[in-house]
Design a protein around this ligand. Structure first.
Ligand SMILES: [Cu+2]
Length: 496
């Protein structure tokens, strides 16, 4: 026994030392993670992606400039910072995302990562891993630290396995002792039944905590702002509270019975093969409840989806990695055709410039809606499956490449009214991507603004038409006609 406790103690000490060592995370490594999560969709170190190559960015610009640029580059451009304006122009006025959520230290670690990567020799990276054991000079701190991390993780796994083996051995020995003494040393029945009770109490505590902490994040915590939202919320709530009651009753029965009816020599289990009355009750009641819920759901879904609303305004919502565009059908309320072959630097949505119906289409990166005006959103994806989620309007629909989807609804509260209702002047409706579609998925957000009819017209009249804007170059059409397949096969997906 003494040997075992000594071994355990030594292992624990060893583990703590390792933990403390790995605790000193180097900033460049944190930077690597942040860079991979936030920047790689647009930047690489040694080559231009969407944004310029970032090699030696820490030498070109000073730290203060970089921090303020990364937090909000457009703010600097608008404030007229000469360098910012120049880079913005050089990159065809492409927009860099604002990272107001990163704090100074996080940005410093990203800069440390850029520095470490810039200092890497341009030679292929494969040579470094084998050669670095001889001399660490070529390897950056990030690599060294990553190596160290890998080793530490393996050690921790080995220690965990050893610990388990030691514990298993101890229990084995205790079992043998019990056999010799003719009476078990550990009464597992009693321990397990108490653990069941503990689990019940802790689990119910967690349920209560979950309600207290996270209800504010669910759609239940704010009123809906569309014509169908009340119906939707009522269905959601009924299902939710019904299953909540069933959940609480069954969990209590499950764990309480484990405790109450644990094995005991003085008691024999009652055995009965079946009870028709009981089985009837617990089959028929859920069947009725589920049927009611499903039929109501079906009816509501049909009401929302299949109304023949000729007056619905057409707007296309276009999802791509990683952002959204909205295209308004214009005065004719017909969206111009589109063709993926038209997609290019200036015509990101691939709208067909030769379709007369496309001429009055307007494209924005915010979604502007008119209050009380039914709107039909037509969804289109450029690359992978996204999902358009408008929580305040209780709207969600998958956005699938090559498969048009749609959702019609009527916004009923303007942004301004919602702001005063919530007493929050910064409130905005939002459209989010609800499908994990890639590394920067979480940034796929589009602001939604609901105007009064007058404000909407005013806003719309200030917009320029997309096609004139995007494809004014005469010779793009001629080169593209050459590439085109014969007219017979040239199926352009028409959006109606
Ligand atoms: Cu997405």
């Amino acid at each position: 026994m003494k040997i075992i406790t000594n071994v355990l103690r030594a292992l624990a000490l060893f583990a703590t030392i390792l933990f403390f060592n790995s605790g000193f995370a180097q900033t460049a490594e944190e930077g690597a993670q942040l860079f991979n999560a936030n920047c790689t969709s647009c930047h690489a170190i040694n080559e231009k992606v969407v944004g310029p190559a970032l090699k030696d960015a820490h030498k070109r610009r000073d730290e203060k400039w970089l921090i303020s640029w990364i937090k909000n580059s457009q703010k600097m451009v608008k404030a007229g910072d000469p360098i910012a304006v120049q880079i913005y122009k050089e990159n065809n006025e492409a927009l860099m995302t604002a990272f107001e959520n990163l704090n100074d230290n996080q940005i410093k670690s990203v800069i440390a990562y850029i520095k470490a990567e810039s200092e890497k020799p341009a030679a292929p990276a494969t040579a470094a891993s084998t050669g670095s054991s001889v001399s660490n000079e070529g390897a950056s701190p990030v690599e060294v630290n990553a190596n160290m991390r890998g080793k530490i993780n393996w050690l921790l796994i080995i220690i965990a396995v050893l610990l388990f083996m030691v514990i298993a051995l101890v229990l084995d020995i205790l079992g043998l002792v019990g056999q010799i003494q003719g009476k078990p040393v550990i009464n597992w029945n009693s321990i397990n039944s108490k653990m069941a009770l503990l689990f019940l109490i802790a689990g119910m505590g967690a349920v209560i905590w979950e309600f207290a902490a996270h209800t504010k994040l669910t759609v239940n915590s704010y009123d809906g702002a569309s014509a169908h939202s009340n119906e939707y919320d009522s269905m959601f709530n009924i299902t939710f509270y019904l299953t909540l009651v069933v959940f609480i009753i069954t969990q209590i029965l499950l764990f309480w019975y484990l405790f109450k009816y644990k094995h005991s020599k003085s008691r024999k289990a009652l055995y009965f093969p079946d009870n028709h009355k009981l089985e009837l009750i617990w089959t028929v009641i859920p069947a009725i409840v589920l049927t009611v819920l499903v039929i109501r759901g079906l009816k509501t879904w049909n009401d929302i989806m299949y109304h023949k609303d000729e007056k619905a305004q057409l707007i296309e919502v276009y999802g791509y990695q990683f952002g959204w565009n909205a295209r308004y059908a214009g005065a004719d309320n017909v969206l111009g055709k589109h063709d993926f072959r038209e997609i290019g630097k200036v015509n990101a949505l691939g709208v067909d410039p030769k379709d007369p119906k496309a001429l009055d289409d307007v494209v924005t990166n915010e979604l502007h809606l008119k209050v009380d005006q039914p709107v039909m959103l037509k969804f289109r994806a450029k690359d992978v499956i996204h999902s358009a989620y408008l929580p305040h309007f209780r709207v969600q629909m998958n956005v699938v490449p090559g498969l048009p989807t749609q959702f019609a609804f009527t916004p009923t509260i303007t942004t301004a009214d919602m702001r005063s209702k919530l007493n929050d002047p910064t409130f905005d409706y939002i459209l989010l991507c609800n499908k994990i579609c890639g590394g920067a998925h979480y940034r796929m957000k589009m602001k939604v603004i609901v105007h009064t009819a007058g404000d909407y017209e005013k806003w719309m009249s200030s917009q320029t038409q997309y096609v004139q804007n995007a494809a004014p170059v005469a010779d793009t059409t001629s080169t593209q006609t050459q590439v085109r397949v014969p007219a017979k096969n040239n199926k352009i997906l028409a959006i109606k």
